[in-house]
Design a protein around this ligand. Structure first.
Ligand SMILES: C[S@@+](CC[C@H](N)C(=O)[O-])C[C@H]1O[C@@H](n2cnc3c(N)ncnc32)[C@H](O)[C@@H]1O
Length: 204
């Protein structure tokens, strides 16, 4: 992975709960976050005594390198958002400034936990479509947000099928969000999804 091609923005526990429809019971399950990047999901879950392992190629970089890349891209990204307000849904975040503040605080939370989390093997270097370091069926739930389907221009259908099967190999249930490409095309014709919720669930 080349860091200069990455926009290291991550989401919070509350956003993960909303995206994946996570219940209180779900939070107590053994969770794998694939492509969690600089989300504060793992950090906030640990603070609440829950168990999450996050796997992402980004974790081959240091916290300083991730922070530097964030600082490098953040102004340009939010300028683009400001120029295209109607491309965004402003129900969760109320404004561009609110969204930016949220991304900054999420990164801060992630970085405050990153080094210790790496030592504790809660943040592990790895990437789809294969997770060879993980044994079969060790997780109750695998989550993947804002990676699969979204970047369909760069990853073909075979990559997606192999990745889904790989997450299913290591977890009893897989949830992916969103079921959209970056261009806004729905992929719900390819994968079954809960009606009304833009999340796919593949249950064993
Ligand atoms: C847009 S970020 C989403 C981060 C987090 N899931 C969230 O929603 O806040 C996409 C993440 O996918 C990761 N990624 C890129 N290639 C990957 C791969 N082959 N397997 C797993 N993750 C990958 C990136 O490093 C990045 O952290």
């Amino acid at each position: 992975m080349q860091l200069e091609h990455v926009v290291p923005f991550g989401r919070s526990l509350n956003e993960y709960r909303a995206m994946f429809d996570l219940s209180q019971d779900d939070l107590g399950r053994k969770i794998l976050g694939v492509g969690d990047g600089p989300a504060s999901f793992n950090t906030e879950m640990r603070e609440r005594g829950h168990s999450v392992i996050s796997v992402d190629p980004l974790y081959s970089f240091t916290g300083k390198e991730i922070q530097r890349q964030f600082d490098k891209v953040v102004n340009d990204v939010f300028e683009q958002v400001k120029c295209t307000p109607s491309d965004w849904v402003w129900t969760y975040h109320k404004s561009v400034d609110d969204l930016r503040m949220h991304r900054v605080s999420t990164l801060e939370m992630f970085l405050s936990d990153y080094e210790i989390g790496k030592e504790q093997k809660r943040y592990r270097i790895g990437e789809l479509p294969r997770l060879p370091e993980l044994s079969d069926h060790v997780f109750d739930l695998a989550l993947c947000s804002h990676f699969l389907f979204l970047f369909s221009e760069h990853f073909d259908a075979q990559f997606h099928v192999t990745s889904m099967m790989e997450m299913w190999r290591v977890a009893k249930e897989v949830r992916v969000f969103p079921l959209l490409t970056l261009g806004g095309d729905s992929i719900s014709t390819c994968w079954s999804s809960d009606s009304g919720v833009n999340t796919t669930r593949v249950c064993r």
